[in-house]
Design a protein around this ligand. Structure first.
Ligand code: NAP
Ligand code: GCO
Length: 267
């Protein structure tokens, strides 16, 4: 007798909170979770962004609940979570998507710039997870999905703080899985490769060396789109992944699997 059916991928009756989801990857993941049946809650850093997000969700026929909340401010987040639980209901699925990057050569980066990236990209997910886990324990289930990066595995010039934060986020994912898995809480990460969003806009200028570099390094021979992340997010948010815990699922077109193709020979 199997418990599995395609309904295992359904999120009907679930409340999903996606951080920083006014646009970009967060908006796409929230849209996919909504399509799978979840009620969407999202936050962003200011009302302008939240309003932009609400317009976007409305245009996509998604009823979303938007709040201004900074993932780095613990008291603000605790108030935010209490308000969501009163307005919408307890959170079944948390997607820690909010994040920033600063592309600065390490020896030119100030400690304050370093701390800002670590605070948003690593401490923020810690604060958010800490805020939702007690209620998940009480209700006997929960899903946490951290949005890591291929920089959880590899470094490159100018992204020291970001890579350190995303490497730490991979390990935080494993630690939450280890510590709270017994409460039927599954904690995993998605590691996107190079995805077309505003964050990578400066790198995708046609003819930009980095643009050509990424296309040549990626076996799929293209930049990813936010659509490429939707299926993996629904899978990790659903009952179909109830025995997947502490895993980082790389959605990167194969870039981490390859040392890159040799340059075409002249002969
Ligand atoms: P994005 O376009 O910059 O969106 C990030 C969102 O998070 C923005 O709305 C941003 O607001 C918000 N945010 C920033 N700081 C916040 C805070 N303290 N509290 C709440 N919200 C905050 O980024 P993206 O490309 O969609 O990436 C989303 C996530 O995927 C990030 O964690 C990123 O590191 C990760 N990722 C991206 C790629 C890629 O290729 N794009 C690849 C791998 C991983 P603002 O507009 O004010 O910044
Ligand atoms: C960069 C890019 C990357 C992507 C992503 C790759 O400057 O190298 O912004 O860091 O955002 O994290 O997975």
């Amino acid at each position: 007798m199997t418990n599995f059916s395609m309904d295992s991928f359904s999120l009907k009756g679930k409340v999903a909170l996606v951080t920083g989801a006014s646009y970009g990857i967060g908006f796409a993941i929230a849209s996919a979770l909504a399509e799978a049946g979840a009620t969407i809650v999202f936050n962003d850093i200011n009302q302008t962004l939240v309003d932009q997000g609400l317009e976007g969700y409305k245009a996509a026929n998604i009823e979303a609940h938007g709040y201004v909340a900074d993932v780095t401010k613990e008291d603000e987040i605790n108030e935010f979570i209490s308000k969501v639980e009163k307005d919408v209901g307890p959170i079944d699925i948390l997607v820690n998507n909010a994040g920033i990057i600063k592309r600065i050569p390490m020896i030119e980066m100030t400690a304050e710039e370093w701390r800002q990236v670590i605070d948003i990209d690593l401490t923020g997910p810690f604060i958010m997870a800490k805020a939702v886990i007690p209620s998940m324990i009480e209700r006997g289930h929960g899903k946490i999905i951290n949005i890591a990066s291929m920089m959880s595995e590899l470094g490159r010039e100018t992204v020291s703080a970001y890579a350190a934060a995303k490497g730490g986020l991979k390990m935080l994912t494993k630690n939450i899985a280890a510590e709270y898995g017994e409460h039927n809480i599954q904690t995993n990460a998605i590691g996107p490769g190079y995805i077309e969003t505003p964050q990578t806009g400066p790198l995708r200028v046609a003819g930009h060396p980095f643009n050509e570099f990424i296309i040549s390094k990626t076996p799929a021979a293209r930049w990813g789109t936010t659509d490429d992340l939707k299926g993996p997010a629904v899978f990790l948010a659903s009952d179909a992944s109830n025995f997947v815990n502490g895993h980082t699922l790389y959605v990167d077109g194969g870039i981490l699997a390859s040392i890159g193709k040799q340059p075409a020979s002249d002969d």
